[in-house]
Design a protein around this ligand. Structure first.
Ligand SMILES: Cc1ncc(COP(=O)(O)O)c(C=O)c1O
Length: 422
């Protein structure tokens, strides 16, 4: 007989038609049970349809070999454009402004090679303090490439709660007016889960004549994006987190139409598709963001994305966002009711300023945090740990349930009580 909280969680799941999406995913086992998987912000789960999508391409390779590039139901040369069309609505962009290629850090290098053009005193890159390490490495290596040091990296500090305020970005732009060439900022900050206001940040960057470039690794498929309407210059994202494209799946890039013809690093696959195979020495780029491709596309890595993006098109981001806010709100409320003495929630409480992820700091410190994290894992509650003291839990609308939230919070409460409750 479920108690009142269990009954409520079960009822919330039963009342939401989107709960059925869970059946389309392979949920990792935990003994005879299933994991309560809260790690979709790191690696999304495998859609059941991914295997068939991959096997289809293996069959084309087996039966058509080289002709697979041009023949069959889905010639390989068309796959990147088809995936761009599926991804574009998630970015709030036209398909021709999106390209699916490479991986996030590689794409960020390609964008900075084209967009970061230090001139005279305007040479700084603005980033948030505590940015994802790869973003910082990319930024610092471009500074070095141009003969500049880390003093040209402006790192905007978070407030005492670890959040980034619009005022602190405005203050940094004003203080360094005339010196900032490019801002590289996240859509959702990876550590604290805060959603940044990209429209405001873009307007701010433009007011100070800087390029607005965003890392949307934790934003795409998590929160609705409107890159075109927000006037963003360029953006990158990966597709193995909320987009469930599989480990190391190729990433996405957005390039505003006004920048398509900007000088950029080129490769043969970016050449106009109608004349690509003439192998002429001159580079004549394909229209749109597709002209920024370098190499022929990794079909076996792209294939699962066909399967993983389809449910987004079917369910729609607005409906997924409603479910996500409900699920995250439920987890937040349970944590505040049962674990407030054990953990502090670092993610903003305002539902508009967070996506799926809640970042939790264990009040008793690093060692206790590690112990709690291990305790949760042993009970099939899978989040992730970010040094020095953060546990991230992300109930994602595609496959998490309200009952997963309850299981996680009950495990935290049981650990705090020193008990060994399953
Ligand atoms: C916020 C953020 N940026 C960049 C990356 C790096 O992505 P990749 O390894 O695909 O280059 C990650 C990976 O987790 C990330 O979370």
């Amino acid at each position: 007989m479920p108690d009142a909280e269990e009954a409520r969680a079960l009822a919330l799941d039963a009342a939401d038609p989107l709960s059925a999406l869970r059946d389309e995913f392979l949920i990792p086992p935990h003994g005879a049970d299933e994991q309560a998987y809260f790690c979709g912000n790191s690696l999304g789960l495998q859609p059941r349809a991914a295997r068939a999508a991959l096997e289809e391409e293996l069959a084309v390779w087996a039966t058509r070999a080289v002709d697979g590039h041009f023949e069959g139901v889905r010639p390989w040369q068309d796959l990147p454009e088809q995936l761009a069309a599926l991804m574009a609505p998630l970015a709030g962009a036209a398909a021709r402004d999106v390209v699916v290629m490479n991986t996030l850090s590689v794409n960020l290098h390609l964008l900075l090679a084209a967009f970061y053009r230090p001139r005279g005193p305007r040479r700084a890159i603005l980033i948030e303090r505590g940015a994802f390490p790869s973003d910082r490495h990319v930024a610092v290596s471009h500074l070095a490439w141009h003969g500049l040091g880390e003093d040209a990296l402006i790192e905007v500090e978070p407030d005492a709660q670890g959040c980034y305020s619009a005022e602190s970005f405005a203050e940094a732009f004003t203080r360094h007016h005339g010196h900032i060439a490019l801002a590289l900022l996240p859509g959702v900050q990876y550590r604290n889960g805060q959603v940044l206001d990209l429209a405001t940040l873009t307007a701010l960057a433009h007011r100070h004549d800087a390029v607005a470039c965003f890392d949307l690794a934790h934003a795409v498929g998590n929160v609705p994006l409107r890159l075109a309407a927000w006037d963003v210059d360029c953006a990158v994202w990966c597709s193995y987190k909320y987009l469930n494209g599989g480990p190391g799946a190729p990433g996405g890039v957005y390039i505003a139409p006004r920048h398509h013809r900007r000088p950029h690093l080129a490769g043969w696959w970016g050449h106009a598709r109608t004349t690509r195979f003439r192998m002429a020495p001159d580079f004549s780029p394909e229209a749109g963001a597709a002209g920024w491709q370098l190499s022929n596309p990794p079909i076996l890595a792209l294939a699962p994305l066909r399967a993983s993006l389809e449910p987004f098109a079917r369910a729609g981001m607005p409906a997924l966002r409603v479910r996500a806010q409900r699920l995250t709100g439920h987890l937040d409320a349970l944590l505040r009711a049962h674990a407030a003495e054990t953990i502090e929630i670092l993610t903003p409480a305002d539902p508009e300023q967070r996506g799926c992820q809640l970042s939790l700091r264990v009040r008793a410190g690093h060692e206790a945090g590690r112990a709690l994290f291990a305790y949760l894992l042993a009970r099939g509650v899978v989040g992730d740990w970010r040094e020095p003291d953060v546990i991230r839990l992300a109930p994602v609308p595609m496959y998490n349930r309200h009952t997963d939230n309850l299981r996680a919070v009950r495990a935290i409460a049981a650990w705090a009580a020193g008990g060994d409750v399953a």
